[in-house]
Design a protein around this ligand. Structure first.
Ligand SMILES: [Zn+2]
Length: 322
């Protein structure tokens, strides 16, 4: 057994020595052109704004399932409530090679729903290119990059879960359902990388918020970013911690961060269209998430036994969603 284990370690080390770096692979795998193409499809008028409890959200869900399948990731539909009109969360898993597999998992997440059409005006459809076709395109790009890294023997050592949340705009319905009935124990989640609006604002600059609970993820991101060189604006918006799908995880003590730009002139307007996006920014954020996911999967980890703080006596109303 020892000889076998040594042999396996040797082969893994050799494969890694001969492989391109995750950085080089992520830079090749994630291109602004592909990110823009994915955003354009998800934010097209045919998707009708992807609003919660509509056939348009279902159409978007089916598009994501097919697109992730083309990256070799099977997305399962997870029901989030008993309303027949409510579409699912989508959850897919990337498994590491058994010989290198380590404990815990990493989550890469983005919400796919947006807003119902306006009642009047020439343009009624809320395309939601930045909010949040950009985050979903980022998640797909991360899947593509991690598959490349895995094929080269330098992929994540723990499982990576890709989650496309539904109902974020309706008060984080999907992510609250996820933490209530999680497909993996919450204590086994090493890090949550949640992308919500990653394609507007100043070039090469992104806001990352995780607060005290997200500090370990932010430390990992800062190290990974040394190779990417984005301008990271960290923890400048404590009021954002609750504003997207990382919120329910942070409340349960799960290390999580939000990647986002600041509100812009097209925020929650019909003019949030693909023509306005910065696909290079979204691509570089996705590259950073891919590298950080690999790093987070390699760090020492012990599952948290008691991630849940005492529940509040009354459940406060959800804050306004992004
Ligand atoms: Zn959003």
């Amino acid at each position: 057994m020892i000889a076998h284990a040594l042999f396996v370690s040797l082969m893994v080390a050799l494969a890694q020595a001969q492989s391109p770096s995750p950085l080089a692979l992520a830079r090749t795998a994630i291109t602004p052109d592909q990110v823009r193409k994915d955003i354009a499809e998800l934010a097209s008028d045919e998707m009708g704004g992807r609003f919660f409890r509509s056939p348009f959200a279902e159409k978007a869900a089916q598009w994501i399932v097919a697109r992730m399948a083309s990256e070799g990731v099977t997305m399962e539909r997870k029901t989030i409530d008993t309303n027949a009109e409510t579409g699912p969360n989508l959850v897919g898993v990337l498994d590491p090679r058994p010989e290198t597999r380590t404990d815990g998992c990493v989550l890469v997440t983005a919400h796919y729903d947006h807003l119902r059409p306006k009642r009047s005006g020439d343009d009624k459809i809320h395309n939601g290119a930045d909010d949040n076709a950009s985050g979903v395109a980022g998640m797909i790009a991360v899947a593509h990059a991690l598959q490349s890294c895995a094929a080269a023997g330098v992929g994540p050592r723990c499982r990576v879960l890709f989650v496309a949340f539904n109902g974020e705009e309706a008060g984080m319905v999907g992510s609250r359902a996820f933490v209530k009935d999680p497909p993996v124990p919450l204590g086994e989640i090493r890090a949550v990388f949640n992308m919500d609006m990653i394609s507007r604002g100043k070039p090469r600059e992104i806001f990352i918020d995780g607060g005290p609970k997200g500090a370990t993820v932010i430390a990992t991101l800062r190290r990974a970013n040394e190779a990417i060189g984005l301008k990271l604006r960290v923890d400048e918006h404590p009021d954002w911690l609750d504003r997207s799908d990382q919120g329910p995880f942070l409340k349960k003590g799960v290390p999580a961060v939000l990647f986002s730009v600041e509100d812009h002139e097209d925020y929650h307007k019909v003019s949030d269209e693909v023509a306005k996006i910065d696909a290079s920014l979204a691509a570089e954020v996705a590259q950073l998430v891919a590298l950080a996911a690999i790093d987070a999967a390699a760090e020492p980890f012990a599952a948290r036994k008691d991630p849940e703080p005492a529940p509040p006596a009354t459940i406060p109303a959800p804050p306004k969603a992004r």
